[in-house]
Design a protein around this ligand. Structure first.
Ligand code: NA7
Length: 544
């Protein structure tokens, strides 16, 4: 019996959906396609007015992904692969948003998506075995299964300086950028934050602003993206290699086209190292980070060596030695935080219209009607850009009041850190599945999204074909997975550094301590765990 049939047969529950998916980004859209194929009556609830998730909200100037475009798109639809041309090796946000809209059109997805529908709460009702999902407008919807597709970096966080609302001009968070283009021409602009979003914004705004002042708390190790246009003939050639491209992504550590060199840093001679690093620095994409010697993120001396190489590159590129030193990270090694990929980012600081302010030495004290005040000076601005990041990995979960068995809140259950079974199930939260939840494999995220969506679809097929109306991860299975998550993070240099990857966010209460906040093993290992569960007939999940 299908879940559809089981719910429809019960007059009290006839208005319930088989499944509610929260979010219409890359994961939510594909999940809708797969659930429809199973015959499940599905409703997607989306806070925005359009599809795209990350690519809907992050419209800031210069926004683009750092994965090669042809490794980033969906791989499940051969016709789509034939029809879609990527125009740049690393597509900009408008192109990716167009791509996801095309997918929504091809599959006529919008008829099952409710837009401007921000979910406020989701409560499990044991008696009916349904989730009751409450929207911010107070309306209520019910479903047998709840799938969260709410993203890992989707809950933007703002600083809490005094006077935040006093600024008379426009101010924007990169992750909540307006649809209308913002013109920086001739403007005095502040950008606060120098993570991946800040770096992309800075290098774009620097082109037109009269004066750009960058407030940097912690410099990041950035490396060249080497983007380029893809002419039609090159796209035609790439298209012939799609099978190889996606096979490669399945084999690599983090689903990128790049993967670690199977050699340790000091097994190569100094000359070999230099030549290899020069090549990586000149190549496209994340090779310098994830295609480097295999020990750069675990061996301190190796990490210091590659850090020295990158530091010298920064010194070569930035004319003022004092500014170059400010841009070179001193409290963490290369690759132990997310490496922003850049296009002439460092050269921006050679421009007369760009100034770098060290906000660790001279912190921002307050926002004023005309700009901001630091401990050292007062600045006047026409526009302030907050590139201050996200409450990563679990922030989107905290924004919704999830209540599982016996009314237990997910936020409370996760107070000491998120727990899950392969990032997709949580004990105490029956009939709930998470896409891109904590402890999913990260990296080139659409590859993991496709895997997870298909895993969820197969699981729901298993469940509905057997007339099962309730499932819940077994606590002992969650414990085993979490032991693995904790164990695999040992020895990683990134665990010694504050960043969103270690669950630290200075703007969010309770996020000041480093944690194992994500799955740090390989995507191949991750998939083996998840596939093992399926092969054992979901023995790790209580089915009833
Ligand atoms: P990130 O990488 O978390 O960067 C946020 C930046 O904002 C970082 O430089 C922070 O400095 C800075 N920040 C945060 N709060 C403040 C305050 N209160 N004052 C001054 N500066 C602040 O976010 P992104 O959006 O750039 O990137 C997130 C991910 O999204 C990225 O890795 C991609 O995978 C996609 P700090 O480092 O805390 O000193």
């Amino acid at each position: 019996m299908s879940a559809s049939a089981s719910l429809a047969a019960d007059p009290v529950q006839a208005d319930a959906f088989d499944a509610i998916v929260i979010g219409a980004g890359m994961s939510g859209l594909y999940q809708l396609i797969k659930l429809r194929q199973l015959g499940l009556k599905t409703r997607v609830l989306e806070a925005g007015t359009g599809v795209g998730g990350t690519w809907y909200w992050n419209r800031y100037p210069g926004c683009r992904f750092d994965s090669e475009s042809y490794s980033y798109g969906y791989s499940f639809d051969q016709e789509l692969l034939k029809d879609w041309d990527w125009t740049e090796h690393f597509a900009p946000q408008p192109e990716t948003e167009r791509y996801l809209n095309l997918v929504a059109d091809r599959y006529d997805l919008r008829r099952d998506i409710q837009f401007s529908a921000r979910v406020k709460a989701a409560r499990w009702d044991e008696a009916s075995r349904l989730w009751k999902v409450e929207l911010e407008d107070g309306s209520l919807q019910r479903a047998r299964f709840l799938v969260t597709a709410i993203g890992a970096l989707s809950s933007p966080t703002m600083p809490s300086y005094p006077g935040m609302t006093d600024f008379a001009g426009p101010s924007f968070h990169t992750g909540l950028w307006p649809k209308e283009p913002v013109d920086f021409t001739g403007k005095r602009v502040a950008v606060i934050g120098t993570g991946a979003s800040g770096v992309q914004t800075i290098q774009e705004v620097a082109k037109t602003a009269a004066q750009l002042t960058v407030f940097q708390r912690t410099p990041n190790w950035c490396a060249p993206l080497h983007n380029g246009k893809i002419p039609p003939e090159e796209m035609a050639e790439i298209r012939t290699r799609y099978d190889d491209i996606f096979r490669r992504c399945r084999e690599t550590w983090a689903c990128f086209l790049h993967t670690a060199h199977p050699q340790d840093t000091f097994d190569a001679s100094a000359e070999e190292r230099r030549a290899f690093w020069e090549k990586l620095y000149a190549d496209r994409g994340f090779g310098i980070w994830v295609g480097n010697y295999q020990d750069i993120l675990t061996n301190r001396a190796a990490n210091e060596e590659i850090s020295r190489f990158i530091a010298d590159k920064i010194r070569e590129r930035v004319k003022d030695p004092a500014v170059a030193e400010l841009l070179i990270p001193k409290n963490h090694g290369f690759g132990t935080r997310r490496v922003p990929l850049e296009t002439r980012y460092y050269e921006c600081y050679n421009q007369p219209n760009v100034t770098l302010v060290d906000s660790k030495a001279t912190p921002i004290e307050r926002i004023t009607p005309t700009g901001l005040v630091t401990s050292a000076a007062e600045y006047e601005f026409d526009i302030i850009v907050y590139a201050t990041g996200f409450d990563a990995l679990r922030g989107a979960f905290d924004r919704i009041d999830f209540r599982g068995k016996d009314g237990v809140s997910l936020k409370d259950q996760w107070e000491e850190g998120a727990t899950s079974l392969v990032g997709m199930l949580v004990d105490g939260f029956p009939n709930m599945l998470m896409l891109v939840g904590p402890h999913n494999a990260l990296g080139n995220i659409p590859r993991t999204i496709e895997f997870n969506v298909e895993w969820v679809a197969e699981f729901l097929r298993h469940v509905t074909e057997r007339g099962i109306t309730r499932f819940e991860a077994r606590p002992e299975a969650v414990g085993q997975w979490m032991d693995h998550v904790m164990e695999i993070a040992q020895g990683l240099l990134s665990m010694e550094v504050d960043s969103w990857m270690t669950g630290v966010n200075i703007n969010v209460a309770g996020r000041q301590t480093r944690r194992v906040a994500r799955y740090t093993g390989s995507a191949t290992n991750y998939r083996a765990w998840a596939n093992g569960i399926a092969e054992r007939g979901y023995a790790e999940v209580e089915l009833g």
